[in-house]
Design a protein around this ligand. Structure first.
Ligand SMILES: NC(=O)c1ccc[n+]([C@@H]2O[C@H](COP(=O)([O-])OP(=O)(O)OC[C@H]3O[C@@H](n4cnc5c(N)ncnc54)[C@H](OP(=O)(O)O)[C@@H]3O)[C@@H](O)[C@H]2O)c1
Length: 370
């Protein structure tokens, strides 16, 4: 596909909130154009087309795929439809950016990625956290040793969701696939593939998990992820290494800030200090220690913290779109930032948390085939 000098023409598949958010970000990219949209309902496609000034609206996915002007498709449908739609698009040689969770099981993810390789056509999971410039800075700090050896990551992710929205039996609406996937992707990005995964899920009467916890074990590190559909959590992630700790502010998958704290590493053989922060005076020398302890200590700690702020307009959605455009123009089939192997590893972590390597997800009952 030759893209020289031409705008990159996107097709948006689905007309929900995230599809609109993505389209708004693509609209900010100079050499991209919002070309076409698909919805099973013509009126939804038409409304979306008009809102974003697009050239074409389709209520047939096959017709959209036959549109030669389309350079890539962004799939923003419920997770149960990702396998079918990604494979159809790839077979039609259309590069794919597919929303998270990439698939409802590692088996499905593997099948999609195999078709990407067979058709020599680009495919990427739309895990926008990996394209946030702020998260990118933290990823670099973790990999260049600035934080020391990473020993622990803790993540909380969840939003109180209206009950009606959880009754449609789309497995992608469960806390594991809908929310814990962000934590799993963050942990896998920083610490790689775990040696083992343990998961606990609480299921509702529709068979959907309302809450889950995941424990990921590494040879010398641990990670824990809690996710919920029933309560709004703090939606922060804390990455702790021997030389530093980073807190990604809420929501950690699109953070507005990151608080970085540099810690002094205890020398081997030295007695363990409870607050091993460099340069902070001994607190027990401060008068009325008991009264002021919390305030002073926190103030001192804050002064040791470096706050990295997101620049205005730096949404991961725009950067993931730019990454697709770069990769497709360079005739790549995958991105190094969100590689096929990483997508598969994350899907395997989620499978293992469910207690099986196989697809044991409930069959979608209310989704009609497109
Ligand atoms: N990256 C993020 O932060 C983020 C945020 C939110 C969601 N997501 C992901 O994005 C995807 C979409 O989420 P959403 O909340 O936007 O979903 P949604 O509102 O339930 O649905 C989005 C679209 O899917 C279409 N659809 C639903 N069932 C269909 C069917 N059986 N056949 C054909 N089309 C169907 C809907 O069409 P109609 O208009 O005809 O109903 C709508 O256009 C999910 O995978 C979700 O996890 C990602």
């Amino acid at each position: 596909m030759d893209h020289s000098g031409k705008p990159f023409r996107w097709a948006i598949v689905g007309t929900g909130k995230i599809a609109a958010d993505f389209a708004s970000q693509v609209a900010l990219i100079k050499d991209a154009s919002l070309h076409a949209v698909f919805s099973r309902r013509r009126e939804h496609a038409e409304k979306f087309r008009a809102a974003f000034g697009m050239a074409a609206a389709y209520d047939s996915f096959e017709e959209l795929l036959a549109d030669e002007a389309v350079d890539a498709v962004y799939i923003a449908l419920p997770a149960a439809l990702h396998h079918e739609t990604c494979i159809k698009a790839l077979r039609a040689k259309k590069p794919v950016l597919c929303e998270k969770p990439f698939a409802v099981s590692a088996g499905e993810a593997e099948e999609i990625l195999a078709v990407s390789r067979q058709e020599n056509t680009f495919c990427m999971e739309a895990m926008w956290l990996r394209f946030s410039p702020l998260v990118g800075q933290v990823r670099a700090m973790a990999s260049n040793g600035e934080l020391g050896r990473i020993c622990n990551i803790t993540v909380q992710v969840g939003y109180a969701t209206p009950p009606g929205r959880l009754q449609d039996a789309d497995p992608g609406r469960g806390a594991l696939l809908n929310f814990a996937v962000y934590g799993a992707s963050l942990v896998q990005m920083i610490m790689g593939n775990p040696a083992s995964v343990h998961g606990d899920l609480i299921e509702n009467e529709a068979g959907l998990d309302d809450g889950c916890t995941l424990s990921l074990r590494y040879p010398d590190a641990l990670a824990s992820i809690s996710a919920s559909n029933t309560v709004t959590m703090n939606n922060e992630a804390v990455i702790t290494g021997t030389k530093g700790r980073v807190r990604l502010g809420s929501p950690f998958y699109s953070p507005r800030y990151a608080e970085v704290m540099h810690l002094s590493e205890p020398a081997s053989g030295a007695p363990v200090k409870h607050n091993p922060v460099k340069g902070v005076p001994k607190l027990d020398r401060i008068p009325f220690y008991g009264l002021v302890q919390g305030t002073v200590w926190n103030a001192l700690l804050r002064r040791r913290a470096k706050i990295l702020m997101r620049k205005p307009g730096e949404s991961g959605l725009k950067f993931e779109a730019l990454e697709v455009m770069r990769c497709v123009r360079e005739a790549r089939i995958e991105s190094e930032t969100m590689s096929h192997a990483d997508t598969l590893s994350v899907a395997r972590i989620l499978d293992q948390a469910r207690g099986s390597q196989e697809a044991t997800v409930p069959a979608p009952v209310s989704l009609q085939a497109i």
